[in-house]
Ligand binder design. Structure first.
Ligand code: NAD
Length: 507
């Protein structure tokens, strides 16, 4: 099966290896004004995967101008036409899902068993928002004695979308589909560590009939292309997914042009398991939510808070399974954990092994590079799934986002202690609770300082629901109607019935 996926890859990879991936500005593949490029590599062995245009302020300016011009046309498209083109984009994503899946997996190292669904999930995002176009402008009626007030929502203009390197295809559709449904035009700056599928996605959109300039892609480094995008006066808002510290930079960079920002940032999400829970299901969910997608997911349950009465037995069950998790080539369907996205990221994740040991936590499983895989693939970024136990809340291991297949376990005795441990942190993205006590479940759901809580469940997305974090995990919500709050302005219109008294001056 690995062989079959490698064959599929060979069909598509030459284009990316042999041709520089340019920006896509005003519907055209466009080299950087400066001519600059950077090399992209695959985390499997860090070998060359292709050249990518490296944008700067000049390229961002061209893309912003194109998006600004296209906005005048796109905002006036009928809902029916906009809906139709967005469904066509979804159709083309599904038609090309094989190419998207292998490229995404080869570029990011995230295993094909998860990436094979990336295209379908991307298409679902487009279909969901295609069907919401009809409601996008809706407002409310607020009548008064002398006036009828009503509101309507209108697209904010050209927006910048900046995405991270984890699950880049799916995440890009998640941000771009609602922007287009709202009537906004887009300049997308994908992450430099996984740039490949962004252009393919925008190409498919043009093939579907999206007008030129509505969706532009500028590749490049965050500090140059990303920064310029956040500073451009024609860009009205920035939808950003990435690290908390980058969000802080973006807020500063966008201050002069009063950018509206929407931030989906880091997390160190607790999964709290009480002794009255269905423990077998909890074991499955705990493991899935930190070791799937290489643990490189914002909603990963990276802190396991375990009630002391079940601490040893539950930990042993988790450890037994973690030892058997299969690290391997990301295109092998049997692989559960692929190589981490870059050598730099591997180094960062490894540094937390030392930090954990120095702090006195107990290394139960892993904590090292996967030497066998590294030998096989000549120094690829393979890391063994890692489990640290007996941590306490003051440790960096319990506070900082590692963003790898790396679980930290802390014991607790009481419900109050569990809540305190869960909340004693800068982050607040997601929380997971396992208990069969309905009152306790509701209390935890109320008291956890997170934007989302799942009870007796792993993370299962339902597209109409709000997605986002509190504290240093984000500002704003995506999903359903919530995305329109960001991409649109609400205008109030007051019309007099014509009978009220108008104050007279100068008589
Ligand atoms: P990152 O912040 O390093 O980079 C994200 C994007 O920002 C990239 O495209 C990068 O080029 C760009 N960028 C960097 N510096 C910039 C600047 N000064 N101005 C403008 N743009 C700039 O994040 P990453 O390492 O690519 O992604 C991992 C992080 O993303 C993790 O912290 C993870 O938790 C977070 N994440 C959050 C969510 C969520 O929904 N909350 C989802 C996925 C990932």
């Amino acid at each position: 099966m690995l062989e079959k996926n490698l064959e599929i890859l060979e069909k598509y990879l030459p284009r990316y290896k042999n041709e520089t991936i340019q920006h896509l500005i005003n519907g055209e593949a466009t080299p950087s004004v400066s001519g600059a490029t950077f090399d992209n590599s695959t985390p499997i062995d860090n070998s060359f995967m292709g050249k990518i245009a490296a944008g700067d302020a000049q390229d961002i300016d061209k893309a912003a101008q194109a998006a600004h011009t296209a906005f005048k046309e796109w905002r006036n498209w009928s809902a029916a036409d906009r809906r139709a083109v967005m469904h066509k984009i979804a159709d083309l994503i599904v038609k090309n899902k094989e190419e998207i899946a292998v490229l995404e997996s080869y570029d990011t190292g995230q295993a094909i068993r998860f990436m094979s669904k990336a295209a379908e999930r991307g298409a679902e995002n487009f279909r969901f928002y295609a069907d919401k176009v009809i409601d996008a402008q809706n407002g409310s009626s607020l009548p008064d004695k002398d006036h009828i007030n009503f509101t309507m929502r209108q697209p904010i203009g050209a927006v910048g979308i900046i995405t991270p390197w984890n699950t880049p295809f799916m995440l890009s559709t998640w941000k771009i589909a609602p922007a287009l449904a709202a009537g906004c035009t887009v300049v997308h700056k994908p992450a430099e560590l996984s740039p490949v599928t962004a252009n393919r996605l925008a190409e498919l959109a043009h093939e579907a009939g999206l007008p030129k300039g509505v969706w532009n892609v500028v590749q490049g480094l965050g500090e140059k292309a990303g920064k310029a995008l956040t500073e451009h006066p024609l860009i009205k808002a920035i939808g950003f997914v990435g690290e908390t510290i980058t969000g802080q930079h973006i807020m500063r960079q966008g201050a002069a042009t009063l950018k509206r920002v929407h931030f989906e940032l880091g997390g160190k999400n607790p999964v709290i398991v009480f002794d009255d829970a269905d423990l077998d299901r909890a074991v499955d969910a705990v493991i899935f939510m930190i070791y799937s997608l290489n643990g490189e997911r914002c909603t990963s349950s990276s802190r396991l808070l375990l009630q002391r009465s079940i601490y040893d037995s539950f930990l042993e069950k988790v450890a037994e399974r973690v030892r058997k998790i299969k690290v391997g080539h990301p295109l092998d369907p049997k692989t559960e954990i692929g190589p981490l996205v870059s050598a730099g990221h591997l180094k960062k994740v490894l540094s937390y092994v030392k930090i954990g040991k120095d702090e006195g936590a107990k290394l139960v499983v892993g904590g090292c590079t996967d030497v066998a895989m590294q030998r096989l693939y000549d120094g690829g970024n393979f890391f063994s799934p890692t489990l640290f136990a007996d941590a306490n809340i003051s440790m960096r291991l319990a506070q900082e986002e590692v963003f790898g297949p790396f679980l930290t376990v802390l014991p607790f005795d009481t419900e109050q202690e569990a809540v305190a441990l869960a909340n004693n942190i800068q982050y607040g993205l997601a929380g997971y609770v396992w208990t069969n006590d309905i009152g306790k479940a509701h209390r935890l759901a109320r008291d956890l300082e997170t934007g989302m809580v799942w009870v007796n469940s792993e993370n299962v997305r339902h597209l109409p629901t709000p997605f986002g974090g509190v504290k240093n995990s984000g500002i704003g919500r995506d999903g359903g109607e919530y995305s329109f709050d960001f991409y649109m302005e609400t205008k109030n219109i007051a019309i007099a019935y014509g009978t009220h008294k108008i104050p007279k001056l100068g008589i």
